[in-house]
Design a binder for this molecule. Structure first.
Ligand SMILES: [Fe+2]
Length: 181
């Protein structure tokens, strides 16, 4: 911490206090009673669940109160994820490979940040020889349509839970409760 005016201090990063600090908390009782523990999921703690022939999903979080879910989508070679409409907000980060949408003029490579909003409809494509890995934090329903604009299915937190648990049951993999936030 460094001194500034009015005896206030300013946070600097990285900090120098390499220790656990017991900070003051006015509402410790309420946090104790109603607070919810954070979660940790290591890379090995969640399997790659096949998603069609050329893709897989590593599920990371399911929040049934907010219809929010998180995962890594891996498309393994050049391919398409069908046209879909968002009823919520999506945050994505490209981890490997590249991805674009037929509807837009940009291409996201590693480190590329994608923000999608309710009402957007688009068609996800990867042209990269190794496909793409996309981390996503997704909220709300995603409606999928076929190439003739016929409605196919709504994917929401229940779809993602079913996708994960069905695979675990079929392969004798224990359900990891850390995914349920
Ligand atoms: Fe999307």
């Amino acid at each position: 911490m460094t001194e500034t005016t009015n005896n206030l201090k300013r946070m600097t990063a990285p900090g120098s206090a390499y220790k656990i600090v017991d900070v003051p908390e006015l509402y410790a009782d309420e946090i104790q009673r109603y607070g919810v523990e954070g979660k940790f999921v290591s890379d090995e703690d969640s399997p790659w669940v096949p998603f069609g022939d050329n893709a897989a999903i590593k599920h990371l979080a399911f929040d049934v109160r907010n219809n929010t879910f998180s995962n890594i989508l891996w498309i393994k070679s050049p391919g398409v994820i069908g046209t879909h409409k968002h009823r919520g907000t999506v945050v994505m980060l490209c981890l490997e490979g590249s991805v674009r949408y037929l509807e837009y003029d940009w291409v996201a490579g590693p480190g590329g940040f994608i923000y999608e909003t309710p009402g957007q409809t688009h068609t996800l494509v990867t042209d990269h020889p190794d496909g793409v890995k996309l981390f996503g934090w997704l909220n709300g329903a995603i409606e999928f349509y076929d190439e003739d604009a016929n409605f196919l299915e709504t994917c929401d937190v229940w779809w993602y839970i079913n996708h994960y648990e069905s695979y675990c049951r079929e392969h004798g993999i224990p359900i990891n409760k850390e995914l349920y936030i």
